[in-house]
Every structure is written in structure tokens, then in C-alpha cells.
Write a protein that binds this ligand. Sequence first.
Ligand SMILES: [Zn+2]
Length: 633
Amino acid sequence: MPLAPNVCYPLPLGSIRPSGWLLGQLRVQANGLSGHLDEIWADVGPDSGWLGGKGEAWERGPYFLDGLIPLAYLLDDARLKAKAQRFVDWTLAHQSASGMIGPPTNDDWWPRIVMLKALTQYYELTGDGRVMPVMDKYLRHQLQELPGRPLRDWSKFRWQDELLSVVWLYNRTGSGYLLELADLLHKQGYDWMAQYDHFQYSQRITAEYIKLEKGEGLKDLALATHGVNNGQAIKTGPVWSQISKSETDRLAVLKMISELNRYHGMPNGMFSCDEHLAGLDPSQGSELCTVVEYMFSLEQSLAIVGDPSLGDRLEQLAFNALPGTFTDDMWAHQYNQEPNQVECSLHRKPWTTDGPESNLYGLEPNFGCCTANFHQGWPKFANSLFMLSGAHDNDAEDGLVAAVYAPCEVNTKVRGVPVRVVEETDYPFRGSIQISIYPASPVSFPLHLRIPEWAKDATIHVNGQACPAPAPSSFAQISRTWKAGDRVEVNFPLKPRTSNWFNNSIAIERGPLVFSYNVGESWVKLRDRGMTADWQVFPTTAWNYALAIDTDTAASSISVKETEVKEGIFTSHNTPVQLEVRARKLNDWRAEDGVANPVPKSPVVSNETEETIKLIPYAAAKLRITAFPQCKA
Ligand SMILES: [Zn+2]
């Protein structure tokens, strides 16, 4: 039985190679914690249960592998491949006679859901003949076991991530039992679509609300309002729609995102979750696990649904929230990041349920899940830059989709012809993108270019000839017979604009980047952590500014300064773009216990002298104000 067709399909892993700044960023990641974590952190070290040791035997090994595998192969890095291979080899070689995989010290379905995601990637990259038989035997075993030992806790709320691997195997083997298993996962799994049909969690969730002190942290109410669970759940409708063939299921992703944005939306593209849904105040935080899981959900959903808004949000997360929560060298990260983050220090406020280390930059602030899980963020983004359109059977729809933009090279086949694509760009810091196409022989196919919702007056030229003006929030289609060296030039005018947030506050955006006032930073080491350290960051300057701008004329009243694009584009010292904007201090707006009080309701009145302040990209400002009050005109 064929599954419902997608709008786009991910390219087989290995087809996309990062270049330019994206390659630089992946190298930073590999030279930082990702490339060394097993050397300094016992939970994924030689004693890991996923290597046959007596150490951590739950989610941390598979989490690490889920990002390490694509990172190692994108960089073609033998050292990293060897690190990943040890976990893969142990897992494939130690399947029990029953079919169970993983450390025998626990039988939780959840960590195995993550391991399946890692194995499917490893198979696409290597073709290792051991993978599919092990997966097949394990999934048959699970189908037998689930009626007596059903999904519970994390696996009940994250079943849709297993469905990805079930669909992946079904598309390669066609074995009918996999559809039975899909049905059973759907029946036993939490009904996320119902939750968002009638969304009830519109308020900041407190520990009292979920009865945390009564030990109910794993009850449905706690798990249904848990940030990471919701980030993973965003893909549920699209992934399940492949089986159910329901258009309502497929489009459920758009409703989920709009509800999260309405009640918990943050100007960095995230919803608040520290670690339960936390409302609209930009002093609330978002957990790093949720950032990378939300990105992965968007990548999967974008392929299945083909809605350009999913690509817009994916870029927002990748270019703001993801790099903003790491140190420049990616040796330290936060558990929670805040859009209005004026101090990173030991404090209990303002988190719904997290502990006092949550916004420190360190090895494992608050809890080590993010330490194990963050590795997938950049590599899976790189693997989602281009996708395929059409049904793979040489029909007229078969073509290429530029889904999100960053410098890369693609080697694939379209309608049976090998095609190389070279994308050169400094996007998102510049608006111009060059895509050169080199088919082995002339071949006609459509090239679909995502036009973001903010991209008014975008232009497309092919070999210097203007194409019809593309509409924002669409996929522009260029159908022609492509010849080697054909050159597509896309230009997105990057005009500053404003967006509206909590208490009528405003944020300044330009393209997919959001801009922040960079509060002066004093980095104070809390403790050494082997090759890395835990850091507190204290403010050295005032930060309580209200913007003195007219939102209607923001584009002309905010000045833009572009400087040379160098290594470290997400760092404050090498940022390739700065904005200047008029502002006044607002003396009543203060911090308590290291946290900016809720942004005062706009419009505000300030009698302080008007001054010009500099804004830099969100990710470069580790102490920052992003949602500003607006001065009364
Ligand atoms: Zn986490």
C-alpha cells in the first residue's frame, strides 16, 4: 500500500556538502564540545551503556550519536566517524535473540526511538548491510511486545519520532507489519492533534499547576506541557498524515505553531519553555533541546507539507536561537536562553520548573540532556537546504527545491541525470544568493525557490534575464532545460522592519535575523570542567532602553552598516552587520534577581536624552535586549 505522497523529499544524506560560513560553523562545532564530548563527559564516554559499559544507559548515547553521525560525514572527518562507529557497531552487534536492542539494564522504548533515528542516517551514509535487518527484527519484536508493555512516559509523548523510522523502513521494505506497528504507536501515543484542536495551555505553567512537588512530573499534564515534548510534537500531524492520508492531519502543524506563537511566542522564533510552557514575557527562557527538536520537526514537516512558512521559522531558529545559546567556540551552552537576557548567573527566577544554573554557559548547566542532544542542530539543518520535488519516477514534477538558504554544494540526480548545484551566499547577512547548475547533460526540471514571507520586492534572474516578480511566502518555480553553468541569482532586499511582542514591545528584524542591544558582558568563570568551563555573565552597562522610532518608517529610520564577512559570523567581534537606532533610557525598568522585569507596556514615556544605540544579530549578543518598549511619539 503506497503512503500519501509528500510535497518534497529530503535528499539522500551525503548529497549536500556545506561550504562558506556554514562549513566554518560545522568546523567550530567539531572543534568544540561535539568533537570531544566523549573525552570529558562520562555519560557518552567509554563506560556508556551503549558501548557495553556500566555507565549511562538511557538517552544520552543515542542523542550524541544522532548529531555526531551527520556532523562526521558532512565534514568527512575520519576521527569523528570512528567515534560514531563504536556506538553503531556495539548496537548492531548486541541485538538480543528476542530482537531487543540497546543496553539490557533498561527496556524503555524512548532511548531506542532516538537510536533508530541515528541508525537510519548511518545507513543512508554508509549502506551498511547490517542496519535494516537489525531494525526489522527490533520493530517486529516491538509490535509483539507493545500490547503487553505499552508506550509510557517519554515514549508515549514522543511516538511520532519513532514513526519517522517506521515509515523510513516501510519505504525500503514494504513489509505490511510496519503499518500495523504505525497504527499501534498512534493508538498508544499521546493525541497531540487533539491537544492543539482545543489548546488549553495558554498560561505560564507553574510547578504547582503540574503538581511537581507531589511527584507528578511524569503525569500526562506535566508531559503535555513540557517544552521538548511540544517541540518534538510539532511534526506529529504531517508524519502521521503519511499513514492516515488526512489533509487535516497534514495541516495540523500550522495550527500547532500558531497556537504556540500566540500564547508562548518569543522574538527569536521559539516558544518559551523553561522547561514547561512559560508564556509571552521575553524574560522567560527556551531550552536548547527544544530548539534543536523544533528545528528537526520543521525540517520533517517542511518536506511533507511544503509550506514556505515552515522554512521561514526554521531559518529563524537556525540563525538566531541556535547560535545564540552557545559560546562563540561551541565549548559551552545554556540550558535556557532568554530574548531579554540581562544576566546569566545562579538564580531561581524566572523559570517555571528549572534550576538555578539554567542560563549559565557551561558543560551541563541544569541537566545534561542538552549536552547530549544539541549536536543534531547544525548538521540536520545543512542536510535540509535542498530537497527533491515530485514522485521520483521521472514525471514532470521531479525537480529541486531550495528549501532554506546557506552556502553549499549539492550532488544528486534529477530525472536520471547527475546534477551538481553550487549555492554561493553570505545569507542571512546579505540578501543575494547565486545558484549555479551543472547537469551532466541538458535536462529539464523545475527549480523551486522558497520566497520568505518578509521578502517583499525579491527578484530572480536566470543568466541575467529577469524572471517574473516572485510573491512573498511562496515557492517561485523556474522550469527550463538546464545546461551546465546556468546561473540563478536571487535577491532579497533586506530592509529593517519591526515585529510586535509582549506588552506591545517591538523587536527589530532584517531578513531572517532578529537584532538585539548587546549589554556589556563580564564573563566570570564559576568552575573548570576539564577541557571546558562553566561561566556566569554579568552586565557592565545599562540595558533599559526604549526605542524612539516610528514603526511605519522603521526601514528608513534605522541605519544599516555592513562590514566585511569574516570567520565567526555569529560572534560580536566579527558580525557582518550592525544597525543603529534612536532610543531613550527608561529608568523604571530594572532587573530583580538577575532577571529583567517584564518589559513595560508600550507606548512608554521617557524624559531621558535621546541617543543612538547599536544593535547586532541576536546570536552575537550573549547579554541582550531583543523586545523593547516603544517611546510614545
Ligand atoms: Zn535539554
